[in-house]
Every structure is written in C-alpha cells, then in structure tokens.
Design a binder for this molecule. Structure first.
Ligand code: UFG
Length: 331
C-alpha cells in the first residue's frame, strides 16, 4: 500500500512498531515513525503535525491459531489499540478511515460464496477481535461524521510483481500461512509441509480458501480511498476473487511451479479453521469498479516463490540487498 500510494504521488507516513516487520523494508520516500497505534500521545502528535486526510489501519495480529492460544493479546492489539487509534482519528478530524478486516468475521458460513450481508459469527478470537473494531468504526463514523471503508480480506497471497516486496517474517518458524510455508518447503528451507485436516466437507477433504494476490488487494484500497474522497458513502466489502482453492490444490500448484517434490504430511485439523471461505465479489466490483489483474494461482505462487528466493539470498535479518521494499506483515 505504501509503494502504491507513493507511486500515485501521495505523501505517506508509516507508523509501525516493527514487532513483525523490518525498518529496511520501508521505502525512503515515506516518512517512518517507529511507535504504537495504541500510544495516544504519539498518534495525536503525528496528526497535529501533518495534514492527514486518511488513515489506513493495517496494524494487527493475523494468525488464527495464535489468537486461540493468546486471545487477550489479540483483543489488546486488534481491538483495544484500534479503539485508541479511532479516538485519535476523531479528535484529529480525520475524514477517511480504511480498515483491514477479514473473512474470519463470517465464521463458518453454511454456503459460499459469502456476500457482505451474511451473518457475522466469527469462530475464533482473531475474527472476533476484528469484528469488534468494525462495530466501533461504524458507531464512531455515525457519531462523528467519519467515512470508512471496511475491507474484508480473504487469504492474501503472492508478492509485488516487480519483486520489491513480499510477505516477510522475523524468523522462519514464525511463518504460518499456507503458500509461504509451501514455498519454503519447495526451496528446502523447511523439511516439508503439514496438511491440517483432510476430513472437511469439501471436494478433497481439505479446507478451501479464496487466495487474493496482494497487489490486487492494494488496488482495492486505492480505489476505496478515491471513492471516499469523491464523497462516497461508508462501505464494507469483501476482497477476494470469488473462487476457492483447496489446501491440496495449493500444494500441487507449488510443486508444479517450483518443480520441487517436497514432503507432505497429513495431520489433524487445526483449531479455528472454517471449512470453506470464498468471497462474494459483486459489491467490490459494482461500487469500486475493481477488477483483478492476477487472478491465477500459478502466477501468485510464482511471485511468492520469487520473493522467498530473494529473502533466502539476502538473509532477512541482515542488511538489505535492495532498498525499496516494504514488509507485508499486516494482512
Ligand atoms: N494450512 C495447512 N498447513 C499449513 C498452513 C496452513 O494445511 O502449514 C491450511 C490451514 O489449515 C487452512 C489453510 O491452509 O485450512 C489456510 O491457512 P492460512 O494459515 O494460510 O490462512 P487462514 O485461512 O487461517 O487465515 C488467513 C489469514 C487471516 C484471514 C483469513 C481469512 O491469516 O488473517 O485468512 O480467510 F482472516
């Protein structure tokens, strides 16, 4: 998002506590402030010092099983700190607020694709922590005239097509997302991959997800910002392709694209995983005029693989080999 905003000629200020990201991944052209969105004095000072018309709030914990083991950390980070940021936004008279929400707010939907009017019934603390922020945002917007775009991400994947950035984690065992784990296995960076459950009511028994390429997702943010600036009403929309892929289909795609036949072990279900999440995409297309550019699993896998090779080649905790990159750790 920072790269895309800069490419579009916007001025950008990044506030990040670097708990999961890297300073060297933030482009030089953006002003960088290390800090916490939960620090009201800091956020107030930033808003007072600069002319800011929009906040895009990405700062969140995003790992479903981690949220089950440590729910209060999720409610602190994703809910309480978001409340703080919102209060500062209201005080600072910010006009537009873009919020990274999640498909996890729908819980275990009985049918797919899911449209935005489906019941909201999250089945894990991660989804609940985000849903509470949606509610706060709606209430605050109504009371204080703020306009918002709540974007419910399905499964974010891939990397910048220009190879400038991709999903990065502080150390390899921290990576938990399927495509990232699979490409690490393909590159021999981990011994193999575990498939969490083959007894779901899906076509091959494994979970189905709607993987959306990160630049397509970023494009939706830019369009939402433009829409709000032109006077559009507050908006909630799904971000996905409307097409589901199973865990085994992802594994197969990674094997084919990489040419590596890594080990796959079938194990039991992972707590908190719904069987199938596929986005209804009518609204995002109708309201924002969004059309995806990278709706192709082998392309997405190829980008993830390329980024993982770059990380491997430059040792991600050391100095960067190239300057212009941004950690994508808040999806
Ligand atoms: N999976 C495996 N093996 C792995 C990793 C994942 O089998 O090593 C499976 C999971 O069990 C799940 C699927 O692959 O069925 C996708 O899992 P991810 O961890 O990649 O992603 P999640 O669907 O759990 O969650 C992601 C984001 C959330 C977001 C959600 C919405 O982490 O922020 O998608 O669908 F809300």
């Amino acid at each position: 998002m920072v790269l895309a905003l800069l490419d579009a000629g916007e001025k950008v200020i990044v506030l990040d506590d670097l708990s999961t990201g890297f300073r060297w991944l933030v482009p030089e052209a953006a002003k960088f402030i290390i800090g916490d969105v939960g620090d009201a004095a800091l956020v107030d000072a930033i808003l007072a010092e600069h002319e800011i018309d929009a906040i895009a709030h990405f700062a969140a914990k995003i790992v479903v099983p981690e949220s089950i083991g440590d729910p209060l950390r999720y409610y602190l980070n994703n809910t309480a700190k978001a409340r703080n940021l919102l209060e500062c936004a209201v005080r600072g008279k910010i006009k537009h607020f873009i919020f990274s929400s999640t498909a996890a707010v729908y819980g275990e939907p009985p049918v797919t694709p899911i449209d935005e009017t489906f019941p909201l019934a999250p089945i894990n603390p991660y989804g609940r922590s985000k849903l509470m922020t949606e509610w706060m945002l709606k209430d605050a917007a109504k009371a204080h005239g703020l306009k918002f775009a709540i974007l419910r991400y399905f499964n974010v994947a891939g990397a910048d097509p220009k190879g400038r950035l991709g999903q990065s984690s502080q150390s390899m065992p921290n990576a938990t997302h399927l495509i990232k784990v699979a490409v690490q296995a393909a590159l021999g960076l981990r011994p193999g991959l575990e498939v969490f459950g083959t007894d779901y009511p899906t076509r091959d028994g494994t979970c189905i997800r709607d993987y959306i390429q990160v630049s397509d997702l970023v494009a939706a943010h830019l369009m939402a910002l433009d829409y709000l600036r032109k006077g559009g009403e507050s908006l909630i929309c799904n971000c996905g392709y409307g097409r589901g892929v199973s865990v085994l289909e992802v594994v197969d795609a990674v094997k084919r694209v990489s040419g590596a036949d890594f080990k796959v072990r079938i194990s039991g279900r992972r707590p908190g995983d719904p069987a199938s999440l596929v986005a209804g995409t009518k609204r995002i297309k109708a309201v924002l005029g969004w059309t995806p550019e990278y709706d192709n699993l082998p392309t997405i896998v190829g980008q993830a693989l390329e980024w993982e090779r770059q990380l491997r080649n430059k040792s991600i905790t050391g100095e960067p080999a190239g300057a212009n990159s941004l950690a994508c750790d808040a999806v």
